[in-house]
Design a protein around this ligand. Structure first.
Ligand code: NAG
Ligand code: NAG
Ligand code: NAG
Ligand code: NAG
Length: 105
């Protein structure tokens, strides 16, 4: 009886920890800063989860990859067609061929 009770308490605690982990995860989500002028200068904008066009911000990017949040770099706008998955931190400050990016969360 006592053992069964302890087991269910442990299980409940494990579930709780899991919920906390899920709730905390978005805080450290990958994000991407895009720049309007080549050399990673000019205006910048930072994006979190979702799909964004590079329109107006094609002067470089910094993709701050954090565990699990992969970035898909698309050749087309609107996150359509071919893409390259990026699962590492990358800073690129020159003209690039991508027109949109989707950060998966
Ligand atoms: C970018 O990521 C950092 C660290 O995870 C976070 O503090 C910040 O709020 C994020 N910014 C956006 C716009 O998602
Ligand atoms: C990149 O993300 C990490 C982890 O969230 C954060 O500690 C770091 O400050 C970020 N770097 C920049 C330049 O935003
Ligand atoms: C973005 O632009 C602001 C305003 O010019 C600047 O203060 C900031 O350092 C820039 N952020 C990055 C990550 O380059
Ligand atoms: C990106 O651009 C395409 C084509 O102009 C447009 O259809 C789409 O709504 C835009 N998406 C975002 C997230 O701005």
């Amino acid at each position: 009886m006592a053992t069964a009770c302890k087991t269910s308490v442990a299980a409940a605690a494990a579930v709780l920890l899991l919920l906390i982990a899920v709730a905390v995860a978005p805080v450290s989500a990958s994000n991407l800063t895009a720049y309007s002028v080549v050399g990673c200068t000019g205006n910048n904008i930072t994006w979190g989860c979702g799909c964004y066009n590079f329109t107006g911000y094609k002067g470089g990017y910094f993709f701050n990859y954090t565990a699990g949040q992969v970035g898909l770099f698309y050749f087309n706008t609107g996150c359509r067609g071919l893409y390259i998955p990026v699962f590492f931190r990358v800073r690129y400050c020159w003209f690039h061929i991508f027109n949109s990016v989707k950060i998966l969360c």
